[in-house]
Write a protein that binds this ligand. Structure first.
Ligand SMILES: NC(=O)c1ccc[n+]([C@@H]2O[C@H](COP(=O)([O-])OP(=O)(O)OC[C@H]3O[C@@H](n4cnc5c(N)ncnc54)[C@H](OP(=O)(O)O)[C@@H]3O)[C@@H](O)[C@H]2O)c1
Length: 290
């Protein structure tokens, strides 16, 4: 599997997004573990999770972290190079709502709870999930700096950040910001600015909902005709073509498609073998711009 780097860690160029395995509509645990095992079998070494990936209601905070930890621990192969990236600062108190808590004391406690659920001394990559308008951004990111200094987390990232916030976070972290996770797909390209800024700053960019999100991923081809056309010509799926197009944006882009079935993550992994021509990339870029 083709690799890329986050900070000083080498990971597969495609990661697995854990969210659909734990929120509403999730499969049973057996299928969830089979999906994560299929990813590991393909050589995927980056798994994205969050303490907020659970059904609404506080009783099962960390559902996805526990599932990922269980799957990694029960995998038959070597998992020493697997990077589990989790996030804190988002909450799902009730159906349909996602709340923020960027309070530094809360984040420090949440990171320790995540490490415990993941069964690790230090979280491999801890990402501040979403800016909290009630808390100065530098204060929230300051908690990540302290967590790094205290050895609770090995690397720090942010999510849902603007270019100004990326620069601010990197300053607060004394140049130790290693990743930014923002929404990016053919249907949502407005974080192109952040992707470009990350490329310039040498920071990994992890597109979330890279296929347009759980409810739109299946019919990606019917929403984006040029993606369907080029995929047909290459005899690949529009989803694989989309991931290859995202990979072509920068050597620092690492898409994290979500999956609830072994087949879909196995299919996504093949995107790392696709080399698009500059003409194809230009046509795809023009299609999403216009
Ligand atoms: N930081 C944030 O605020 C934030 C927000 C949202 C998501 N995320 C992260 O980003 C990850 C990905 O986003 P997402 O799960 O919302 O959306 P997504 O990756 O765009 O779409 C997920 C859906 O794509 C389908 N799929 C995956 N690979 C496919 C393939 N090769 N062919 C056809 N269909 C395929 C899956 O179907 P099946 O169910 O049939 O397998 C799954 O339901 C999440 O899991 C989460 O880790 C982060």
């Amino acid at each position: 599997m083709k690799t890329r780097t986050i900070g000083d860690v080498t990971v597969s160029a495609i990661g697995l997004g854990g969210m659909p395995l734990s929120i509403e509509g999730r499969p049973d645990e057996k299928q969830g573990i089979a999906t994560i095992h299929a990813a590991l079998e393909q050589g995927i070494t980056l798994i994205d999770t969050a303490d907020a990936y659970h059904q609404p209601g506080t009783h099962e905070v960390g559902h996805n972290e526990l599932l990922v930890a269980k799957a990694v621990a029960s995998f038959h192969g070597d998992t020493s190079d697997v990077l589990v990236a989790t996030k804190g600062g988002h909450l799902r108190p009730e159906a349909g709502s996602w709340a923020q808590n960027g309070d530094p004391a809360y984040l420090k406690e949440a990171a320790r709870a995540s490490a415990k659920r993941l069964g690790v001394d230090a979280v491999g990559l801890y990402q501040f999930h979403r800016p909290d308008p009630a808390v100065p951004y530098a204060d929230s990111v300051g908690a990540l700096a302290e967590l790094l200094d205290e050895g609770v987390i090995r690397m720090a990232g942010i999510s849902n950040a603007t270019v100004a916030q990326i620069r601010e976070a990197n300053e607060v972290l004394d140049g130790r910001l290693v990743s930014v996770q923002n929404q990016y797909s053919p249907a949502f390209t407005s974080s192109e600015e952040e992707l470009v800024a990350c490329d310039e700053m040498g920071i990994a960019f992890l597109p979330w909902s890279p296929l347009g999100g759980i409810t739109n991923a299946a019919d990606l081809g019917s929403r984006h005709a040029v993606f369907a056309e080029i995929a047909n010509a290459r005899r690949i799926t529009p989803q694989v073509l989309t991931l290859a197009w995202e990979l072509a944006k920068s050597e620092l882009v690492i898409p994290i498609p979500g999956s609830t079935r072994p087949q879909t993550i196995m299919n996504s992994a093949t995107a790392t073998t696709i080399k698009l021509s500059s003409d194809e990339v230009q046509r795809l870029d023009a299609a999403v711009a216009g």
